[in-house]
Write a protein that binds this ligand. Structure first.
Ligand SMILES: NC(=O)c1ccc[n+]([C@@H]2O[C@H](COP(=O)([O-])OP(=O)(O)OC[C@H]3O[C@@H](n4cnc5c(N)ncnc54)[C@H](OP(=O)(O)O)[C@@H]3O)[C@@H](O)[C@H]2O)c1
Length: 165
């Protein structure tokens, strides 16, 4: 049975080599892409790992759910979940939900995601944190908008049944 939740979107900026960060920060500063992230996620709940929360803090105008194993972690202005499933259940019924990273949470959430919004960055930076592979068997590119130094690309989960692949 499919685990995919139609309201769940993943948003990430990914280098040509799959790198998304070094564990603390992002490898680039793309102000146009940060504005894109803001307007895309504004008003929607966001699910993130505790390390990503540490790197960006609570963002205004968006409900934030932070995933941590720690039972005593808390922070003003955010909700806490102890698994990705618990986080997605908390925001179920609140419209489109964005999974915003980082590497561990992208991997845990991928089976539940219906759509990927990826900034493909024309750089191959150093960094230990990567985005999971976007398998062309599972994902279809549905839009692409090229900019200088990067492109905004949307993927929808392939509707082809596994036996037709
Ligand atoms: N380029 C992009 O678009 C983008 C977006 C977001 C983040 N990033 C980058 O990604 C890096 C951070 O990613 P990351 O992979 O190191 O960390 P992360 O996914 O943000 O957070 C990892 C944390 O999530 C919690 N966690 C992981 N698995 C869990 C589970 N099964 N159950 C409960 N909690 C769990 C743990 O928190 P506790 O340790 O508290 O238990 C773990 O330390 C940074 O460099 C950041 O800048 C890049």
């Amino acid at each position: 049975m499919s685990e995919v939740r139609p309201n769940v979107t993943m948003i990430a900026a990914v280098g040509r080599n799959g790198v998304i960060g070094d564990g603390e920060t992002m490898p680039w500063h793309l102000s146009e892409d940060l504005k894109f992230f803001k307007r895309t996620t504004m008003g929607h709940p966001m699910v993130m790992g505790r390390r990503t929360f540490d790197s960006m803090g609570a963002l205004p105008g968006r409900r934030s759910v932070v995933v941590t194993r720690s039972r005593d972690w808390s922070h003003d202005g955010v909700e806490v979940a102890h698994s990705v499933e618990e986080a997605l259940d908390l925001v179920a019924g609140d419209g489109e939900v964005f999974v915003v990273g980082g590497g561990e949470v992208y991997r845990l959430a991928l089976p539940y995601v219906a759509r990927l919004v990826i900034t493909e960055v024309d750089q191959s930076p150093e960094g230990s944190v990567t985005f999971p592979e976007i398998d062309p068997e599972d994902w279809v590119e549905t839009s692409r908008e090229a900019r200088t130094g990067f492109a905004w690309v949307t993927y929808e989960r392939s509707s082809r049944p596994p036996e037709a692949r």
